[in-house]
Design a protein around this ligand. Sequence first.
Ligand code: G3P
Length: 225
Amino acid sequence: MKILLDTADVQYIKKAVDLFPVDGVTTNPTILAKTKRPFLEVLQEIRSIIGPQRSLHAQVLSQTAETILVEAGCLVEKLGKNTFIKIPVIPEGYKAMRLLHERGIGVTATAVFTAQQALMAAKAGADFVAPYVNRIDNICGDGVQVVADIVHIFQAGGFETGVLAASFKNVDQVHKCSLVEAQAVTVSEDVFASLTKHPLTDWSVNKFVEDWEAVYGKGTLISPK
Ligand code: G3P
């Protein structure tokens, strides 16, 4: 399962990409607005940090197919290959997905709350669909079950569209998405940090150092001399 960062914090992205096998970055208008910087400048900076191989998912604001296409063209021109245009699953959005797919431009259908929205997006040619797991949970739905249903429907229908699950509050939601074979998740800084941590790991590392230094002295490392 691919793991992407759902943030536009360039310093954080720089650090995370250096340390971890991050597969890409997703943004949305809310995330970009938080930077209070020119949005294209931020997106281009993210592209330069993550390089051309990782995927960058950037969202349009328009609500008509015609203007979505204009925004998409601008994003692809500025951000290059492996850019996916995030389009909400609204009626004109599905049309834009179809038109962009016909032009060979990558599309991520976003703001997905139901499996049938995801199916419609896949039929329109989306490369990824992004169900909002925590926002579904927040309305007494079952976000992971929606992800599982989409994975099943895509497998049964022979769709190549991937499930890029989004909107997570905790590691358990991410873990369950991996168990139902979502192709990708995108997570905030907080959730990403929690993915790799465990207090017993820290305890174990401290114990190794303590036991080692008790015999070989403080700060002693393995070296050829
Ligand atoms: O990209 C969609 C995602 O960012 C929504 O996440 O945490 O705002 O529900 P959240």
